[in-house]
Ligand binder design. Structure first.
Ligand code: AMP
Length: 251
């Protein structure tokens, strides 16, 4: 049975009654097989599995992106049930921000690079909401996708810096058969854009340099935010129309 809990207080009451390890998968919903891989990994490693679904307003620097973020509650619930999720935490925004976001978590170096350089305030929103979610859920382990590699690393750093009592488990990026990283935003692509989108993965895996990959994408009509190599990893962010796609690979 999958229970759905809507407020932090309600969730904490439920949490007190659980025993054994708790594996936690935080998401913004519109679940796909990438999220499912996190749920399966959490299920294999823990007594209890918790999924959260919260489209976090503070991490959207672009209001249009927030408004258009897909919501697919019925399918999400089904996926949770199929994967034997014990509880879904599905809060309302005002309940997550009783302070109206007066308090926030900020990292001042790595979060200002790559995606952070192009999305002002984004990682403050991410770190703040993840801190809140960890405090509500009290997980033993929390699962994050390598698709959002910078996010995963920043959360690992936060956990170390604040001596938080949980382990962050990275999970490899799940891709479509044509290489495109699965993303909730993919459903917003037109048919034509969807056909073009795998060029991102192709460019970052086959180009010799980051610049070469950026040029290849620009030539195909992408608006490239960045292609950057750091520590044996190549990161990319590029727009197709209004949809911003990100990816990264080890090089
Ligand atoms: P989101 O709902 O997009 O915020 O993602 C929730 C979690 O799922 C994050 O830890 C993401 O990194 C992870 N995730 C999203 N897409 C993928 C994917 N294609 N492969 C693996 N993990 C993913």
């Amino acid at each position: 049975m999958t229970v759905v809990l809507r407020s932090p207080q309600e969730f904490k009451q439920w949490r007190k009654k659980q025993s054994g390890s708790v594996g936690f998968v935080p998401t913004m919903g519109a679940l796909h097989s990438g999220h499912e891989q996190l749920l399966k990994t959490a299920r294999a490693e823990n007594n209890i599995v918790v999924l959260s679904i919260f489209v976090n307003p503070t991490q959207f620097n672009d209001p249009k992106d927030f408004e258009k973020y897909p919501i697919t509650w019925d399918a999400d619930l089904k996926m949770a049930q199929n994967n034997k999720v014990d509880a879904i935490f599905y809060p309302h925004a005002p309940d997550m921000y009783p302070d109206n976001y007066r308090y926030k978590v900020t990292e001042n170096e790595y979060s200002k690079t790559l995606d952070g350089a192009h999305r002002p305030g984004h990682f403050d929103g991410v770190l703040s909401v993840v801190m809140k979610l960890f405090n509500v859920v009290s997980p033993t382990k929390a699962y994050f996708g390598e698709k959002d590699f910078q996010q995963m690393r920043l959360i690992q750093g936060m956990v170390e810096s604040f001596f938080m009592n949980l382990e962050i488990v990275p999970v490899a990026t799940v891709r479509e058969s044509d290489g495109l990283a699965k993303s909730s935003r993919n459903v917003r692509l037109t048919q034509e854009q969807r056909a073009l989108a795998p060029a991102i993965y192709k460019a970052i895996t086959t180009s010799k340099t980051a610049d070469e990959a950026a040029q290849a994408l620009s030539a195909q009509g992408f608006k490239v935010d960045y292609v950057t190599d750091i520590d044996n990893r190549r990161y990319v962010a590029a727009f197709l129309g209004e949809v911003r796609l990100i990816d990264n690979v080890q090089i």
